[in-house]
Structures are given as structure tokens and as C-alpha cells.
Design a protein around this ligand. Structure first.
Ligand code: SF4
Ligand code: SF4
Length: 128
């Protein structure tokens, strides 16, 4: 299960992901992260059965946590199978099937948004 974590990095704040790993014993995979001197956003992946435990511990440390049930959303009726999303996706979410129709493996998505910008037919959106 993927969680989107936003946290501030004020003076004296703890390294939140490391702290939660230590406190819960849950191994956290960081899919992507943008962190500067004052705040951070990280997309993390945890085992499904530990996601509420991790979310609650992170929230208790001051983070805002969203559980993301889905990856990128695909509107098949808008797709013209041009393949632009295939080449730009860093996680190989997209491929063509034997009939050259677009196929998705949504679980690989890290919600980076690159395919959304690249799609000429607005067939792809990020969950809100
Ligand atoms: S949002 Fe990023 S990782 Fe997800 S399918 Fe699009 S390009 Fe791939
Ligand atoms: S970029 Fe858009 S239109 Fe092109 S194959 Fe991907 S989803 Fe379909």
C-alpha cells in the first residue's frame, strides 16, 4: 500500500521515516521524495497489513499522511494508443499488448505525474 507523507523539517525535528521504522519495525520503501530545508513530501510503500500502523505513527509525529488506494487513473475511451506514456514512465507501468492496445500495471505507479503531462488526449490523471 502506498502512503503520501508530508512533513515539516523544523529545527530539532526527527528523521520521521527512520523513526517510524524504528518504532514499528515495519520496513518502509521510499518510492520518491522531495525534501528541502523546511519540508518534505515522500511517497512510501508499506505492507498492506501495516499501513494503518505506519500512518498513525507518522501522524503522531506531526506528518500529514494520505493512503493512496490507486495509481494513475486511465480513461480508456480517450486513449489513442500513441505510446507517449510508455517511453516516459520511469516504472514501466505501460506496455502494448499483442494487439497494440495500451496495458497498465497500476501497482508499479509512483504517481510522479510524468505520463499525465505527456498524454496528448488527457487520458491519464492522478488521484485527488
Ligand atoms: S504517474 Fe509516473 S509512475 Fe505512474 S504511470 Fe505515470 S509516469 Fe508512470
Ligand atoms: S499517452 Fe495517452 S493516448 Fe497515448 S497511449 Fe498513453 S494513455 Fe493512450
Amino acid at each position: 500500500m502506498k502512503l503520501l507523507v508530508n512533513f515539516s523539517r523544523g529545527k530539532g525535528s526527527k528523521p520521521i521515516i527512520a523513526q517510524v521504522v524504528l518504532d514499528t519495525g515495519v520496513l518502509i520503501s521510499v518510492e520518491r521524495a522531495v525534501i528541502d530545508s523546511s519540508e518534505g513530501e515522500a511517497l512510501i510503500d508499506v505492507p498492506d497489513d501495516a499501513c494503518h500502523l505506519v500512518r498513525d505513527r507518522m501522524a503522531s509525529l506531526g506528518a500529514t499522511v494520505r493512503i493512496l488506494e490507486h495509481g494513475v487513473t486511465f480513461n480508456e475511451s480517450e486513449c489513442v494508443d500513441c505510446g507517449a506514456c510508455i517511453s516516459i514512465c520511469p516504472r514501466e507501468v505501460f506496455s502494448f499488448d499483442e494487439e497494440f492496445r495500451l496495458h497498465l500495471v497500476e501497482e508499479r505507479c509512483i504517481l510522479c505525474g510524468k505520463c499525465v503531462d505527456a498524454c496528448p488526449h488527457h487520458a491519464l490523471t492522478l488521484p485527488v
